[in-house]
Design a protein around this ligand. Structure first.
Ligand code: ZN
Length: 334
C-alpha cells in the first residue's frame, strides 16, 4: 500500500522536458529528427495521452506544489534554426502542442539563412511560442581549455545583451531563462544566474521536481540516437530520483577522475537496485550508507563533457527513477 501510494504521489509532482534542435532531413543527424520522425513523436504523445504543457506552466506547478497530470512534458528547441518554423511549427500547431525556443541572438542579428529571422520569431511569439535566451554567440561560456571561460562580468554582459535583444525585438514577455550553450555550466555561472534572477537549463537527462536545482534544470535529448519512441517513452515515464541536488559538485572540474556522493531524500528508492553508467558504460555504485550512493570514474577522463547516469526501477515496475550528473573536465588552462 505504501509503495503504491508513493508511486501515485510522485507521478503528480514532476515533469520531463525534451530538447530538440533541428527538424529537417538535411541537418546533422546527431541533433536532428526528420519531419516524419517528429510527426511520429507528436502522434505518440497524443496516442499515449502524454500531457504537453507550456514550460512556464509546468515549472509554476512544480514551484507551487500544484499537482501535474501523469506523464507531463514540455517541448523545447535550442539554437533557433529556421527549420523549426518551416517543419516543426506546422506539425506542433496541427497537434496543438505548446513549445519553447532558446535562441542565440548574434546569428539572428547577422541574418544567417539557416536561422530564424526576427520577423519569424515575432510571428512565433504572437502564436504563443515562448522564446528565451541561449546567449549572444553560443560560446563555450565556462570551458577553460577552449579559451572561453568568461569572467563574471563577461558572463553577465553576454546574458544581458542577449536578453536585451530578445526584449527589444519580442517585448517584455521574454522569460528570464537561459539554456546553457552545449549544456555546459559551472557553480560560478549558476550562482551568477541566481543573482540575476534567471533559471538555467542544461542538456543532462532527468526530470524536474521540487528538488531540482533552479540553475541546473535537466532536459532529455529527443533527437539522433535518442529519437526512437521506445527510448522516449522510458524517459517520459521516468521520475526524478529523489536526491539532494543542492549538494552535487561543480560540473566544471579539473579532477580527471571525478566522483560524487549522492544523498537520497526518500526511504523507498534506496531499497531499489541501482543501474549506473559512465558515458553509457556500466559503472558500479558503492553504498557508503543506507541513504546514499557514490560514483567514481574508474580511469582518467578525456577533457570535455562526460556524464554519470543512474536508473532504479520502481517497486511496481511501472517506471524508472532517473539521475544524471554531468561533468565538464578541464585542464584549467586559459
Ligand atoms: Zn545550442
Amino acid at each position: 500500500m505504501l509503495a503504491g501510494w508513493l508511486d501515485l504521489a510522485a507521478a503528480a509532482d514532476h515533469f520531463n522536458i525534451l530538447v530538440y534542435h533541428h527538424v529537417s532531413t538535411d541537418s546533422p543527424a546527431s541533433t536532428s529528427v526528420t519531419p516524419q520522425v517528429f510527426r511520429e513523436h507528436l502522434q505518440f504523445f497524443q496516442d499515449q495521452q502524454i500531457h504537453v504543457m507550456p514550460l512556464a506552466e509546468a515549472l509554476a506547478a512544480v514551484t507551487n506544489g500544484s499537482p501535474l497530470p501523469d506523464k507531463t512534458i514540455a517541448i523545447t528547441f535550442d539554437d533557433g534554426y529556421r527549420d523549426i518554423y518551416d517543419n516543426a511549427l506546422p506539425l506542433l500547431e496541427e497537434f496543438g502542442y505548446p513549445f519553447t525556443i532558446f535562441v542565440a541572438t548574434d546569428p539572428i542579428d547577422k541574418g544567417y539563412g539557416d536561422m530564424l529571422s526576427w520577423a519569424q520569431l515575432r510571428t512565433l511569439a504572437q502564436r504563443g511560442v515562448t522564446i528565451a535566451n541561449h546567449s549572444t554567440d553560443h560560446a563555450y561560456l565556462v570551458r577553460q581549455q577552449a579559451g572561453g571561460a568568461l569572467g563574471r562580468a563577461g558572463l553577465r554582459a553576454n546574458i544581458e545583451q542577449a536578453q536585451q535583444r530578445l526584449v527589444d525585438e519580442l517585448g517584455d514577455a521574454v522569460p528570464r531563462w537561459l539554456a546553457y550553450p552545449y549544456g555546459e555550466f559551472s557553480t560560478q555561472l549558476q550562482d551568477l544566474l541566481k543573482d540575476m534572477g534567471y533559471l538555467g537549463f542544461g542538456q543532462h537527462s532527468g526530470g524536474v521536481w521540487a528538488g531540482t536545482h533552479a540553475q541546473a534544470i535537466p532536459r532529455f535529448a529527443a533527437a539522433g540516437i535518442y529519437a526512437n519512441t521506445a527510448t522516449l517513452a522510458t524517459k517520459i515515464g521516468s521520475h526524478p530520483m529523489p536526491i539532494d541536488e543542492a549538494n552535487l559538485p561543480n560540473m566544471l572540474t579539473t579532477d580527471r577522475s571525478p566522483s560524487v556522493t549522492v544523498d537520497f531524500t526518500d526511504n523507498l528508492v534506496p531499497t531499489l537496485p541501482l543501474n549506473c553508467f559512465l558515458d553509457g558504460d556500466p559503472l558500479p555504485a558503492s553504498r557508503p550508507t543506507a541513504s546514499s550512493f557514490r560514483l567514481s570514474s574508474p580511469a582518467p577522463l578525456t577533457l570535455g563533457r562526460h556524464r554519470f547516469n543512474c536508473t532504479a526501477r520502481s517497486a511496481s515496475g511501472a517506471f524508472y527513477y532517473w539521475f544524471s550528473k554531468p561533468w565538464l573536465v578541464s585542464d584549467g588552462t586559459q
